[in-house]
Every structure is written in structure tokens, then in C-alpha cells.
Design a protein around this ligand. Structure first.
Ligand SMILES: Cc1cc2nc3c(=O)[nH]c(=O)nc-3n(C[C@H](O)[C@H](O)[C@H](O)COP(=O)(O)OP(=O)(O)OC[C@H]3O[C@@H](n4cnc5c(N)ncnc54)[C@H](O)[C@@H]3O)c2cc1C
Length: 343
């Protein structure tokens, strides 16, 4: 079988890319190894300003004009007129994006595991029938997440990784909270993100700064103090790749986590995945498409990465910078949007 554009991975990056390509009449096939679309270890936080034009408001489970931030020395909240962040259910987001891509004309195959990548073809196995097939392409898009096979095929290293640990527990909570504490989470943080009928409680930190075991133990201890006993709940953890090394390599493109475009500072990756997916599609349609949007995203990403490098240098420095940042947010000198990936 031959297709014009083959996309590996039906996450937000791959689906955003597929929709734009199909809308322009490009023959596009998306291969997804999972049996269903959308389910993903994630806190489901989307920045309102960045994503609400792409995600219908009805998909937001909860939205928050106030963000509570706690450090060892300060407990503050910042408030804006419009919601700052909303929470979404990843399965619902995936289902919607897949329907949009299919309506536009894209073909999506689930339970299709790409096992090998060659210069102009891939080997894919149907996980139900076990049948193996060779599919050739003109363009290949690696939208296959943080442990991307396409990225490996390109020979790119994966040195800058973050770890996100998430517990999704039944219940409701009123406040969206961020807790920064170097002793517990190094230069990462813990969160409480309320959804409609569940609460996402978790922690994120760059892997270079803290071991996964320590991050998890700190999260459990901290959560207990917040009134959440997580010891018997199911923890789900995944890496978040922020090692960006380019996204366009001859006839092969990388988007989202595969490209290392998630924020190393916050682990925010849905927005960069959607934007890079869309921009890659536009570049395939028109090779002269302007790089402006991607350049702005890459610039913001680089700023976040620099902050990670700086705060990873010493616990004392991280503590001082965290307190200063919180103070600046409190006084309005620093806007919360500077911590977002949306530009
Ligand atoms: C604990 C945690 C919390 C997070 N919270 C947030 C948050 O609140 N907000 C936010 O913006 N981001 C968050 N993120 C990050 C966010 O989930 C990712 O950045 C985002 O999903 C990246 O989208 P993507 O399309 O690039 O990749 P993914 O969503 O990872 O999609 C990749 C897809 O490729 C498929 N795939 C992989 N390999 C193959 C293969 N060989 N063959 C076929 N298919 C394959 C996978 O099954 C998957 O469906 C969080 C991450 C974690 C771990």
C-alpha cells in the first residue's frame, strides 16, 4: 500500500496534522497502536487563551479564572476576567479530534503498531489479526509521542526528559492549585486539577533533577497533607520529551512530544502538539509556508528550557527564583501567560 502522507500516532499532534492535510485533499493515513483514541496519562489542563479557539468550550469540564500557587513562603492566587486554564478529558478530546480528521477525509487505523521505519516505508502490525503490512509514503510525520520510533529512526537523542505522575481520583474540588517546593519536587511542581467528576493530582519534574522514586514519594507525602490519601490509588506515569532538535528532516517531520516540543518547565504539551501538527501539515501542503508560528513556539520552548537549566543548578537558586516568580505573579509584574506555551 502507498499513501501520500503517513502519520504515526493519533494523539493531538497527529490528529491536528491529519485534519488540515485532509481538508486540503491530501491523502492521509494515521496509524495508532492503541485500540482506542485519546486515552493518555495526563492532567488534562489546557490553557484557555491558547486552545479555546481550537477546542470547543463545551469540551471543557471545568474552567478557572483563579490559579492558586503555593511555595514554602507564599500562598497566593492570581485572577483574570476570562478563564486561565480549563480541564478536558483526553478521551473526549481525542474522540472529537479524530471525528474532525475523519470528516475532513483522513483515514485512521487503530490497533496498528508501527514496528519498523525505513527510508520510504514502514512495517505495521495489526494487533488483532497479527497481520504485518508494508506501507510506503511520500511524507512521514512522527506524532508518536515521547518515545517516538520516528525520532529514533532519525538518530536524534532524547536527553531532556521530564516525568509526570498522575492520580485520577473520583471526587470534586473547587480550586486549581500549583505547589512549588524544591525540597519535595526539585524544580518541578505538584498540582491539583479538578475535572467534572474526578480530580487529577500529580507531580511533574525534569528527570535530571529528581529520581522518579523520590518524586513519587514526595507526591504521596504532600498529597496526604492536602487531605488526599493516594497510597491505594493507581499511579500512572509517563515521560515528557522536551529535547527539541528540529522538526523537518527531508521528507520526515516530527510534531508534539516526538519533536520534544513540550515545555520542560511545566510539562505542558497539548498546545505545542496541536500547533506543530497544524504547521507541519501546512508545510507539506505548501513547502514555502511561513515558519513564523513554529519559530515563535520554538522560541517560547527555548525560554522554558533555559529556565529549567538555570533552576536545576542549585536548590537554593531554584528556591529563590521560585519565590521571586511567585511574588512577581502576585504583584502582576509577571503574567501567568508567560509560563504557558501559547505565544
Ligand atoms: C502525568 C502527565 C500530565 C500531563 N498533563 C498535561 C496537561 O495538563 N496539559 C498539557 O498540555 N499537557 C500535559 N501533559 C503532556 C501531554 O500529555 C503531551 O505533551 C501530549 O499528549 C503530546 O501530544 P502528542 O500528540 O505529541 O503525543 P501523544 O499524545 O503521546 O500521542 C502519541 C500517540 O502515538 C501513538 N504511538 C506511539 N508509538 C506508536 C507506534 N509505534 N505505532 C503506532 N502508534 C504509536 C501512541 O499510542 C499515542 O496515541 C502531561 C503528561 C503527563 C505524563
Amino acid at each position: 500500500m502507498h499513501v501520500d502522507t503517513l502519520i504515526i500516532g493519533a494523539g493531538p499532534g497527529g490528529l491536528a496534522c491529519a485534519k488540515i492535510l485532509a481538508e486540503k485533499g491530501v491523502e492521509v493515513l494515521v496509524l495508532e497502536r492503541k485500540a482506542g483514541i485519546g486515552a493518555k496519562v495526563c492532567a488534562g489542563g489546557i490553557t484557555w487563551g491558547g486552545l479555546i479557539s481550537r477546542v470547543p468550550e463545551t469540551l471543557a469540564e471545568r474552567s478557572f479564572c483563579r490559579q492558586y500557587i503555593q511555595t514554602p513562603l507564599q500562598r497566593i492566587y492570581i485572577e483574570e476576567e476570562n478563564p486561565i486554564i480549563a480541564t478536558v478529558n483526553r478521551k473526549k478530546l481525542g474522540t472529537l479530534m479524530a471525528a474532525q480528521a475523519k470528516d475532513a477525509g483522513a483515514t485512521i487505523r487503530t490497533a496498528a503498531l508501527v514496528r519498523q521505519i525505513n527510508a520510504h516505508s514502514v512495517t505495521v502490525q495489526d494487533r488483532q489479526s497479527k497481520q504485518v503490512e508494508e506501507i510506503s509514503f511520500r511524507y512521514l510525520v512522527g506524532a508518536d509521542g515521547s518515545s517516538s520510533l520516528v525520532r529514533k529512526h532519525l538518530g536524534l537523542p532524547n536527553e531532556k526528559l521530564g516525568l509526570g505522575i498522575n492520580y485520577s481520583i473520583p471526587g470534586t474540588a473547587e480550586k486549581m492549585e500549583w505547589h512549588l517546593n524544591n525540597k519535595l519536587f526539585a524544580n518541578g511542581y505538584a498540582w491539583i486539577f479538578p475535572h467534572a467528576e474526578t480530580i487529577s493530582i500529580g507531580a511533574y519534574a525534569p528527570r535530571q533533577s529528581i529520581s522518579s522514586k523520590r518524586l513519587k514519594n514526595s507526591l504521596l507525602l504532600w498529597a496526604e497533607k492536602q487531605g488526599y490519601s493516594l497510597a491505594r490509588e493507581q499511579a500512572r506515569a509517563e515521560s515528557i520529551n522536551f529535547d527539541f532538535r528540529g522538526y523537518h528532516f527531508a521528507n520526515t517531520f516530527l510534531v508534539g512530544d516526538a519533536a520534544g516540543l513540550a515545555s520542560g518547565l511545566t510539562g505542558e504539551g497539548i498546545y505545542p502538539a496541536i500547533i506543530s501538527g497544524e504547521e507541519v501539515a501546512k508545510t507539506i501542503i505548501n513547502p514555502k509556508h511561513s515558519r513564523d508560528v513554529m519559530d515563535a513556539l520554538i522560541k517560547r520552548h527555548a525560554k522554558h528550557s533555559k529556565t529549567v537549566q538555570l533552576t536545576a543548578k542549585s536548590g537554593l537558586l531554584n528556591t529563590i527564583l521560585t519565590e521571586l516568580m511567585t511574588l512577581s505573579l502576585r504583584s502582576g509584574i509577571l503574567k501567568f501567560e508567560k509560563l504557558e506555551m501559547a505565544v
